[in-house]
Design a binder for this molecule. Structure first.
Ligand code: CA
Length: 199
């Protein structure tokens, strides 16, 4: 997914019922900056979500994760996938495979990693990533960093295209750095040269 670590800007993300920005007041999970979500002056649901969405097929399994931290007041937060049908009509948040997985109370002192695994249901054509504070206080600020969406049933370590290569595992952006998807490639075994046959 594009812009998972908020190192350049907040392009590709939309703040509902509040405003988005960049911050780094207490350190980042990945890189040096994080996204800030600041609720408007009315308490209620706050959402930071990806403006772009991704084509999916029924039966596919995805795991989405994000690191969240409260700036001022600890709050319940969840990471989710929201789905649209083939006409682009909002279906709603998908039901996670494990109820309540991925929901936690944040703290102001450390990062909490939330994750949820979803099987794409029939009728869903695209999904977006949603970071949701269901009961956000007025004017509160919360931080998000290192968002990962993988086509996998298991939660892996966060990476993006700027993650330093490690051994034979390499990382890259599929396009412009921080504005495209990321790849993690593990080098295959070098083929053994065939032994020439005697002629
Ligand atoms: Ca970051």
């Amino acid at each position: 997914m594009p812009n998972p670590s908020f190192e350049v800007n907040t392009t590709g993300w939309t703040a509902d019922n509040g405003n988005k920005g960049l911050g780094n007041t207490s350190g980042a999970v990945s890189g040096s900056t994080v996204a800030t979500y600041t609720k408007n002056t009315t308490a209620g649901e706050g959402v930071l979500w990806t403006t772009a969405n991704w084509a999916v097929t029924a039966g596919e399994v995805y795991t989405v994760s994000a690191y969240v931290r409260a700036s001022t007041v600890a709050r319940e937060c969840r990471v989710s996938l929201g789905a649209y049908n083939s006409s682009g009509t909002w279906i709603g948040y998908l039901t996670p495979n494990t109820a309540w997985d991925g929901v936690a109370n944040t703290t102001t002192t450390s990062w909490t990693r939330l994750s949820r695994t979803f099987t794409i249901p029939a009728g869903a054509a695209t999904v977006e990533v949603d970071i949701v504070w269901p009961n956000c206080g007025a004017s509160e600020t919360h931080n998000v960093d290192a968002v990962l969406l993988e086509k996998s049933a298991t939660l892996g370590a966060y990476f993006d295209g700027s993650t330093p290569n490690a051994g034979t595992t390499t990382y890259a952006w599929t396009g412009t750095a921080h504005a495209s998807a990321s790849t993690e490639t593990m080098a295959g075994v070098t083929p053994v040269a065939a032994t020439p046959e005697k002629s």
